[in-house]
Design a protein around this ligand. Structure first.
Ligand code: HEM
Length: 519
């Protein structure tokens, strides 16, 4: 009897060990080699697969070298931000792949193919991210299939124009606070030198806190600070090959990331509980994002018995709140900071923008209708988003063999849609592709791109950024109010060093001299 049990146990354990060994061998060697062969048959070129790490070590080294020192004051930032990809294109030609560990990524820079990938969101899906990366941003941005459609449908109304209009007073309040803070910092000659970057980060945090969650920056501060630390840790994790199960190892980084996540969730739960109480007492708005999410949660609770799966669970609501705290802050602040840097360097454009703002609003607060008359400001923002896209690239996984242009991509490869490479491509934008020239957008995006899909700072297709109009409205109000009150130029201490944490940020801040303008 004992012998039979031992034999069964031995057989089960051996089968398990063999199955796992096979899976690991397949994942780390057989599959990458098979994909490599299939890609080479397509005429795609790249380095030979190197066990486990692929090209990651070289990518990290090249990125470290490029960002170890500041660059000259130019907008030709591709050599700094994408040095490895630029070298790969020189070495292998236009159609190349790069190994992110055992997964090959094919870089796509043809606008028509990019459009195709983004429109076929069910075929080209978001890559399975490391669970540690999801601690920073999960929810809508990572969901797929029906879950994604359901969440997108529930959240969409929070960003409709009528809702944005209702949010306007909150945008003003946040921008007004910023202007007042800067005014108190002016010296007797009406000028002040400062790093505007942390102020713009705080502004974007304050705006999303007030508009989406009904609280102010001060209240949401703990969440933002934790999320900023989480973003730094996430960057380290993203630069390593992801090994399934690795996240369970109790390394100091992993432990801290999980601790931050628990803290953020506790703060959000507290905020949700407060809102629930206020809603019950009839004291809270029903128009902001948090209320829309909670209403959906109430529906889910009511319908749960009927198994309708109509709304979001409380877990879902918490994940979405976490995402919006991150997405609402990290991106718009980046757009604003590069706009201030570029307008400092190009005073003629600063003057033109100010003249337009004064012509549309005078000394008054910007109003909703006037925002759509800011033509010069819109041209400037488009040019800033072209040269300094807050998100440099988008990745998608190929789930089944897919045709893409002349290529047949085998299941298991990923495609990398490089926003920055397309935005800086001189074949698309002309010889002045790396120069700041908002004039190119004077007749709109369609004319500037000749109808091609070569300008996509907000992504595209069904998964286009849900906060696009929110971000543009916030940026327009902020820059209009800044221009009404101050003129600005770069400080001699400004150091030009674009770098990525998750988004494209100024590594050493943005030191600027502000001067009060009398209008
Ligand atoms: C200048 C500002 C912004 C830029 C450049 C930007 C850029 C992007 C891009 C490129 C994507 C597509 C990602 C992909 O396809 O993989 C995206 C998605 C998203 N963005 Fe933004 N974003 C900005 C502001 C915002 C704001 C203010 C919010 C929220 C308040 C927001 C929330 C989101 C969400 C939730 C998604 C995921 C949408 C989905 O998958 O259905 N973004 N954003």
């Amino acid at each position: 009897m004992v012998t039979t049990t031992a034999i069964i146990l031995f057989t089960v354990l051996t089968t398990l060990a063999l199955t796992w060994s096979w899976k690991i061998l397949n994942w780390l060697w057989l599959k990458p080699k098979k994909l490599e062969k299939l890609m080479r048959e397509q005429g795609l070129k790249g380095n030979s697969y190197r066990f486990l790490v692929g090209d990651i070590k070289d990518i990290v080294k090249s990125r470290k070298e490029a960002t170890s020192k500041p660059m000259n004051l130019s907008d030709d930032i591709v050599p700094r931000m994408c040095s490895y990809f630029q070298q790969s294109a020189i070495k292998h030609g236009k159609n190349y792949f790069v190994w992110f560990g055992p997964t090959p990524r094919v870089t796509i820079t043809d606008p028509e193919l990019i459009k195709d990938v983004l429109n076929k969101n069910n075929d080209f899906r978001k890559p399975n991210t490391n669970p540690l990366v999801r601690l920073l941003a999960n929810g809508l941005v990572t969901l797929e299939g029906e879950q994604w459609s359901k969440h997108r449908k529930i959240i969409n109304p929070a960003f409709h124009f009528e809702k944005l209009k209702i949010m306007l007073p909150n945008f003003f309040k946040s921008c007004d606070d910023l202007i007042s803070k800067w005014e108190t910092m002016l010296s007797s000659d009406g000028s002040c030198e400062m790093d505007v970057w942390p102020f713009l980060q705080n502004l974007a945090s304050d705006v999303i806190s007030r508009t989406a969650f009904g609280s102010s920056y001060e209240e949401g501060m703990r969440i933002f600070q934790l999320q900023i630390e989480q973003a730094e840790l996430t960057k380290t994790v993203m630069m390593n090959v992801y090994i399934p199960g690795w996240s369970f190892l109790p390394t100091p980084t992993h432990r801290r990331m999980k601790e931050i996540d628990r803290d953020v969730k506790a703060s959000l739960t507290n905020m949700i509980n407060k809102r629930e109480k206020a809603l019950k007492a009839g004291e809270a708005t029903k128009d902001d994002l948090l209320s829309i999410l909670l209403e959906s949660n109430h529906k889910e609770m009511e319908e749960h018995g009927n198994n309708k799966n109509v709304g979001m669970s409380l877990e879902d609501v918490i994940e979405e709140c976490k995402l919006f705290y991150f997405a609402g802050q990290e991106t718009t602040s980046v757009l604003l900071v590069w706009t201030m840097v570029l307008l400092s360097r190009y005073p003629d454009w600063q003057t033109r923008a100010r003249e337009e703002v004064l012509q549309v609003f005078g000394k008054e607060k910007p109003d909703f209708d006037g925002l759509s008359h800011l033509k010069i400001v819109t041209m400037i923002f488009n040019e800033v988003l072209r040269l300094y896209p807050p998100i440099l690239a988008l990745a998608r996984t190929v789930h089944k063999d897919m045709k893409l242009g002349n290529l047949t991509l085998p299941a298991g490869v990923q495609v990398l849609l490089s926003i920055i490479l397309v935005h800086h491509d001189s074949k698309i934008w002309g010889d002045d592709a790396t120069m700041f020239n908002p004039e190119r957008f004077s007749e709109g995006v369609l004319k500037a791109t000749n109808g091609r899909y070569s300008f996509f700072p907000f992504g595209g297709g069904p998964r286009i950024c849900i906060g696009q109009n929110f971000a543009m409205m916030e940026a327009k109000i902020a820059i209009a109010m800044i221009l009404q009150h101050f003129s600005f130029e770069l400080s001699p201490t400004y150091t030009h060093a674009p770098s990525t944490v998750i988004t494209l940020q100024p590594q050493y801040g943005a030191h600027i001299i502000l001067r009060k303008v009398e209008i």
